[in-house]
Write a protein that binds this ligand. Structure first.
Ligand code: CP
Ligand code: NVA
Length: 306
């Protein structure tokens, strides 16, 4: 596996398929405690959007590696008062060993990465959520034994999570289907990139028909219909997205062994019903736990301690 030490992780395609496989293998070893790499390095978290899972799982992962975490709330740091990213990044670079940024524009993440020498991790942007999908892939691998050939159907908004899932399915030889209203399909640039990465014979289907997309699927995945920053349109989206709700009726169209995933936080009664998220086929709590194992593996690799 190519050495990942010192690299940035701004999008899932910053890793190749074999590097993702290596990371998932390391995450599995870390999860079973058969390996415990140690470091006394410091992770900075600079989050311009709310977070529970990403903030806590990164923090606990870093503590368990023996390192420290500084939570850099933009409201109480100068960057929130207009200090340029270029200046902030060069200064943080002198103090920290690694930096995770949650922000709106992908260009801002790229600016942090351009001006800081330390690894910069995308902890969610409007374009991608690559740390989320590392945990998702680990969960799918645990459920089905491997990733290759698994069919994942994403229902709902063609957003950051959908983008990272689409790209990761292409990288890992998984079939990807997305069912969304026509105006909420994923960005064309991401779709084109995924098509270039996908192996011959790997399916990429974009449709507005939820039932057809779910037939034969082994993974049903959904996310909120309005992401952070889109709150103003949240109410008007509800009727448009209603046919894409993950509920027991839709789930009955999928393979009997199909699992239900949701990155959380969930809006019960909107994109997913209470019965679907709490049902036998739901893997969402294991999925949430796996964020920590996958990110611990990522930190260990980028810091060069595993
Ligand atoms: N799934 C996820 O990233 O959750 P948080 O927004 O709570 O970090
Ligand atoms: N698409 C959601 C994911 C939250 C983890 C958002 O960006 O708000």
């Amino acid at each position: 596996m190519k050495d990942l030490q010192g690299k940035n992780f701004l999008g899932i395609t910053d890793l190749r398929g074999e590097e993702i496989r290596g990371l998932l293998q390391l995450a599995t070893q870390l999860k079973s405690s058969s390996l415990s790499p140690k470091s006394n390095q410091v992770l900075g978290l600079l989050f311009y959007k709310a977070s529970t899972r990403t903030r806590v799982s990164f923090s606990v992962a870093m503590y368990q590696l023996g390192g420290q975490v500084i939570d850099l709330n933009p409201n109480s740091t100068q960057v929130g008062r207009g200090e340029p990213i270029s200046d902030t990044a060069r200064v943080l670079d002198r103090y920290l060993d690694i930096l995770a940024v949650r922000t709106f524009r992908q260009q801002d993440l790229e600016a942090f990465a351009d001006y800081a020498q330390i690894p910069v991790i995308n902890a969610l942007s409007d374009l991608e959520h690559p740390c989320q999908v590392l945990g998702d892939l680990l969960t799918i691998q645990e459920c089905f034994g491997s990733l290759s050939g698994v069919t994942l159907t994403y229902l709902g908004d063609g957003n950051n999570v959908a983008h990272s899932l689409l790209l990761s399915c292409a990288l890992m030889g998984m079939n990807f289907r997305l069912a969304a209203p026509d105006v909420y399909q994923p960005d064309n640039s991401i779709v084109q990139k995924a098509k270039q990465l996908a192996r011959e014979g790997t399916e990429i289907t974009l449709t507005n028909e939820p039932k057809a997309a779910v037939r034969g699927a082994q993974v049903l995945y959904t996310d909120v219909w309005a992401s952070m920053g889109e709150e103003a349109s949240a109410n008007s989206r509800i009727p448009v997205f209603q046919p894409y709700q993950v509920n027991e009726q839709l789930l009955s169209e999928a393979e009997p062994e199909a699992i239900v995933l949701h990155c959380l936080p969930a809006h019960r009664g909107e994109e997913i019903t209470d019965a679907a998220i709490e049902g036998q086929q739901s893997q969402v709590w294991n999925q949430a736990e796996n964020r920590m194992h996958a990110q611990k593996a990522l930190l260990a690799k980028l810091l060069g301690i595993a």
